[in-house]
Design a protein around this ligand. Structure first.
Ligand code: 13P
Ligand code: SF4
Length: 304
């Protein structure tokens, strides 16, 4: 089977079995083309809550599939590649967060959505990169323990100077790989390009940007801008997607190294096998854990 035949088969089964395919923006283009919805973490969380289908296939990493299940317990949710995890989400577990809460009484725990379900059960509110600033501003609490990404936390804290932030030393290994030196080199090579960056990058990289935002934010900015050239400081699939969508503009990766192998673990074959019912992992959460964890997602939706 070639790619087109596989995609046609996925589309056929999807219709027959009433399946909804959600894809994070870092998935490859062949997966984008069969998805009902492509977006950033916040968009996926919203879409998961609204989709009418009973079966959801979440092309991304495990915490994303768990978030879909948190919001739609009555639906059957699959992660097409069972081993697709997020190293950042694995940096903090329940026991570590429990110890941090004990050490920091009076602090409100704001958890990046890139966390495990167990960690969410102990968190007060969840945020995504596109909703974090708005949500923390809207919260009445002043003392914030932001977990686990210190780069996103730093960026949020700079925009809300009247609140106190405690940050951890966690973060995304893919985005943290990029340096201010990479920015200097890319700007020297493309002096007319605007530099768009994800807030998971280090503060010294973010500081040099013309625009900071989530994956969808970066894509929308590039599409709507009158500028013709862009240096993209996020996972390199966004460079490919933008280049395909805007052939009259030029997109350059900040670094060829900005590839998340976890996001790339899912292939079109995995999606097809999952549709056929011969692959993928069904996500199941026990009801007590789910209800406790859902609270911080509900707070995210209420405040965002
Ligand atoms: P967003 O989808 O919120 O931009 O997050 C990027 C990311 O690293 C997802 O794993
Ligand atoms: Fe996790 Fe970073 Fe990969 Fe996103 S890009 S899944 S945060 S490792």
């Amino acid at each position: 089977m070639n790619i087109k035949e596989m995609q046609d088969e996925i589309m056929r089964i999807k219709k027959e079995k009433d399946i909804c395919i959600l894809a994070h923006a870092y998935q490859s283009h062949d997966i984008w083309e069969v998805a009902d919805y492509v977006g950033d973490s916040f968009g996926l969380a919203q879409r998961a809550a609204e989709a009418p289908q009973k079966t959801m296939i979440m092309c991304g990493v495990r915490f994303m599939a768990e978030t879909v299940k948190l919001l739609s317990p009555e639906k059957t949710v699959y992660l097409p590649e069972p081993d697709a995890g997020c190293p950042m989400a694995d940096q903090i577990d329940y026991d570590l967060l429990a110890a941090l809460r004990e050490k920091n009484p009076g602090y409100t725990v704001v958890a990046y959505v890139n966390t495990t379900t167990e960690v969410k059960t102990l968190s007060d509110v969840c945020v995504t990169s596109s909703s974090a600033v708005k949500i923390v501003k809207n919260m009445p609490e002043k003392d914030i323990l932001f977990i686990p990404d210190c780069n996103l936390g730093d960026w949020v804290s700079k925009q809300i100077p009247d609140k106190t932030f405690k940050l951890l030393s966690g973060g995304c290994p893919t985005h943290a790989r990029m340096s201010a030196e990479d920015v200097k080199k890319a700007k020297a090579a493309h002096p007319n390009a605007l530099f768009l960056v994800h807030p998971e990058c280090k503060p010294e990289v973010v500081e040099l940007a013309d625009y900071v935002g989530s994956t969808t934010g970066i894509m929308n900015y590039a599409k709507e801008s009158d500028a013709k050239e862009f240096i993209i400081g996020t996972e390199n699939s966004i460079v490919t997607h933008l280049q395909m969508e805007c052939p009259d503009k030029m997109f350059y990766p900040l670094s060829k190294d900005c590839v998340c192998h976890n996001m790339k673990a899912t292939t079109l074959t995995d999606v097809l096998n999952c549709c056929k019912g011969i692959g993928g992992l069904e996500i199941n959460l026990d009801e007590d854990t789910r209800t406790k964890a859902k609270h911080c997602i509900d707070e995210m939706i209420r405040l965002g």
